[in-house]
Design a protein around this ligand. Sequence first.
Ligand code: GDP
Length: 309
Amino acid sequence: MFESLSDRLTGALKDLRGKGRLSDSDIDATAREIRLALLEADVALPVVRAFIAKIKERAKGAEVSGALNPAQQVVKIVNEELVGILGGETRRLRLAKTPPTVVMLAGLQGSGKTTLAGKLAKWLQAQGHTPLLVACDLQRPGAVQQLQIVGERAGVSVFAPHPGTSVGGGDNELGVSASDPVEVAREGVAEARSKQYDVVIVDTAGRLGIDEELMAQAAGIRDAVQPDETLFVLDAMIGQDAVSTAEAFREGVGFTGVVLTKLDGDARGGAALSVREVTGEPILFASTGEKLEDFDVFHPDRMASRILG
Ligand code: GDP
């Protein structure tokens, strides 16, 4: 990811090298190149516009300082603004004052929620937490089992309804309807409370596209478990659709943070660069592969440095 954007940006900035002083037209020409590079990388138009306006304003107003030549100064400005649109500071996962912390995952089917549930659980466990995974994706066949496999790999417990049982079904030891994800979520949190798990990760159902039933279900789970964090899981490969998907989830369910997945892919990076600005919510984590280890806290400054090469 970002290879092409990275090449284009470094190319645009390279043209400034060796110039003793930058005229307004030098800056305008560079800004034009940067604009094209961002648009080509599928960064959302309003984000590109605001970004370019800031770069121009800052570059034209920049005092020539002793330490940096004009070209380096522009690179510094671009870097700082990139860090800014990526969220500025690293935003840590917020833990509840009184455990358990409830983390709900929402996003489209295939965005990587179930995989992320395992990654997050493993990551939390490495820091001394005792996470419990709760399987509330009762829509997709095999999703519950997939979470159980992920849980097993991560070495964490999974709370799931028994298949084929209904409300009050006698042989379901959890007493949970296999068809009611809201009830599973509620029971899962109660289980965590009684067995002293300190973080509950609630995996929810996703669809291939936005649909009202999905949103209503996720909102129902949210109301039932009152999450401390609702993480919107966004596949960075979906390109320009990322913005409308994020907005639909923001309106339908609401979220407190974003997790970018599939950053190892060859997408152009626009989703990653747009989502923070468009939704106003921070990116907390980045997922970079199918394995449980391919996961880390998201650092805006490191991502910006990677983009600028
Ligand atoms: P869900 O439907 O949202 O629960 O998505 P899954 O967790 O089942 O993931 C969908 C597919 O994407 C699976 O094949 C995962 O192995 C894959 N996947 C998840 N995260 C990543 C990632 O960060 N990088 C890559 N390359 N694949 C991923």
